[in-house]
Design a protein around this ligand. Structure first.
Ligand SMILES: C[S@@+](CC[C@H](N)C(=O)[O-])C[C@H]1O[C@@H](n2cnc3c(N)ncnc32)[C@H](O)[C@@H]1O
Length: 259
């Protein structure tokens, strides 16, 4: 059992030793009460100021946001683009950790998108200045007003940090997001290595492979890194991918590829 206080917060977090490493639950101890919370119950986690950052960034040592922002900077440099002037869409923005790092890197035009209102509420509460705009919406629900709004944003980079695969942004929504970008836009994502394997049962895998094999995305960079620890302290390996968009992706590619 790991028990820790989060530097002056009125709560304590316990990470129970897990029989199942992928059962991502922790205990929040607050005012004498113990509450078991699943790490992916984002609405609940985000409702407690600092809880997501403490569990994910501090206790589980999540590196994905920093790795993705570094990869974006490096790609911009190699392509002779000024990162500060790029228009960036942060899909699955959560409490704004990625937005904050982009803001620190001097990027001024970052828009956050998440499918739960609790994410925007938490970001407004804790990082009110990092996004130019924070949209609550779900591209998986064929929302044409949302698609038009994103297309009007003229985004040159799509960031998907820890928000793809494993039941997060669905493949069809990812395709929609890619299709709202302009020109040879960049897509920077961090994703579990397991979900990228050709025989992975994650629906995202087949869609991404089809997008690459059929020439809709070009891989500029792909490298593995330690994303974070699981609740039992074992490393979880992700890949950071930098992709360049080609032609518009057919809307039926996700279903065609078996997703
Ligand atoms: C693991 S968190 C990552 C948050 C942030 N990118 C970071 O690195 O700190 C995944 C986020 O994706 C969001 N998400 C899941 N499905 C989504 C969807 N269909 N559309 C938009 N966001 C989604 C969740 O609400 C959650 O905030």
């Amino acid at each position: 059992m790991i028990e820790d206080t989060a530097g002056g917060t009125p709560w304590v977090v316990e990470l129970p030793e897990q029989a199942q490493p992928y059962d991502e639950r922790f205990i929040l101890v607050h005012e004498g009460k113990r509450e078991e919370i699943h790490l992916h119950d984002y609405a609940r986690v985000y409702s407690v100021p600092g809880l997501y950052e403490y569990v994910v960034q501090d206790l589980l040592q999540c590196k994905s946001p920093a790795v993705a922002v570094r990869a974006t900077s490096a790609a911009a440099k190699e392509l002779h683009l000024d990162i500060k002037t790029l228009r960036i869409l942060d899909l699955g923005a959560g409490v704004g950790v990625v937005g904050e790092l982009l803001h620190d890197a001097g990027v001024s035009a970052v828009v956050g998108l998440d499918n739960i209102v609790e994410a925007r509420t938490a970001c407004d509460r804790d990082r009110p200045t990092v996004y130019e705009d924070y949209i609550v919406g779900d591209l998986g629900r064929s929302d044409s007003a949302l698609v038009e709004r994103l297309a009007a944003g003229q985004f040159e980079v799509l960031m998907c940090v820890g928000a793809i695969g494993g039941g997060h942004v669905p493949p069809a929504a990812f395709i929609q997001a890619v299709n709202t970008l302009i020109g040879a836009a960049l897509i920077v994502m961090t994703v579990h290595e397991r979900w990228l394997e050709a025989d992975s049962r994650d629906p995202f895998s087949a869609t991404l492979h089809a997008m690459i094999n059929e020439g809709y995305l070009e891989v500029l960079k792909s490298s593995s890194f330690r994303h974070r620890l699981d609740m039992a302290g074992a490393p979880i390996t992700y890949r950071v991918l930098v992709l360049r968009r080609g032609a518009a992706v057919p809307a039926d590619l996700a279903s065609r590829s078996g997703a």
